[in-house]
Ligand binder design. Structure first.
Ligand code: URA
Length: 235
């Protein structure tokens, strides 16, 4: 979108006035002063400032569920040039971002929105929302290992709170387990599995609270239903 249109859409002033702002060196995009009236901004990625203050277009609030494949980073930009989950939602015009994160090497359910209030609510640790993962792990956890996993493990400088782990399949020497946690520390599931000596080979998130991935294909996304949005707000 042309920069003057963007500024006008933000509600700041008319397109004509926006051009005057550009001529007066008062507009920057990603902290670079804009000289060109026809400059185009990427509404999803660029940070536009007028007189040093960020402006943005008031957008309709949107909510999506993505089945994230392995090999995508859960942020809008990556300094190392890796593919981001936003690349998978190219048709979405709004400036969305993920609610929480999945590791580069984790697949599965990721929620994305442009609703900052909901993001804050869901990612706040006090909300205790269950997150369910399916993990293919080395070996087969014993009863004692399952007990200590569920009771709480000392990891680095914290102790994990109560969790659940069930063996759902055995594949030769290894197993598939379903893990439920309600925290979201960095690489927590992997660290918990390491701690009981069953490192993760593959990890996928299958649900967040009542919201389920079901049979959505990897790399595909869908809008949340009104009911799902209401549910997230009710948490
Ligand atoms: N726990 C992990 O270890 N990785 C994830 O991506 C999510 C939870």
């Amino acid at each position: 979108m042309r920069i003057n249109k963007y500024i006008a859409k933000s509600g700041l002033c008319s397109r004509r006035k926006a051009e005057e702002l550009i001529i007066n060196n008062e507009v920057s995009v990603n902290d670079v002063l804009i000289k060109e009236l026809a400059f185009k901004v990427d509404e999803k990625k660029d940070i536009v400032k007028v007189k040093g203050k960020i402006i943005s277009i008031k957008e309709e609030l949107v909510y999506y569920l993505l089945n994230k494949p392995i090999g995508y980073i859960s942020s809008a930009k990556d300094e190392r040039g890796r593919k981001t989950v936003i690349d998978l939602l190219k048709e979405v015009k709004e400036r969305i971002y993920p609610i929480g994160r999945l590791d580069y090497d984790t697949s599965g359910l990721l929620l994305l929105t442009n609703d900052g209030d909901l993001t804050y609510k869901i990612t706040h640790p006090k909300h205790n929302i269950n997150k369910v993962y399916e993990a293919y792990v080395e070996g087969i956890p014993t009863k004692d290992e399952i007990y200590s996993f569920e009771k709480g493990l000392n990891i680095e400088d914290y102790k994990t709170s109560k969790a659940k782990i069930d063996i759902i399949d055995i594949k030769g020497k290894n197993s598939v387990v379903r893990i439920t946690i309600h925290e979201g520390k960095n690489r927590q599931v992997r660290k918990m599995c390491d701690k009981i000596n069953h490192p993760v080979i593959k990890l996928k998130r299958v649900s967040i609270g009542n919201i389920k991935l079901n049979n959505l294909k990897e790399g595909k996304y869908r809008p949340l239903t009104n009911q799902e949005i209401k549910y997230l707000y009710s948490l």
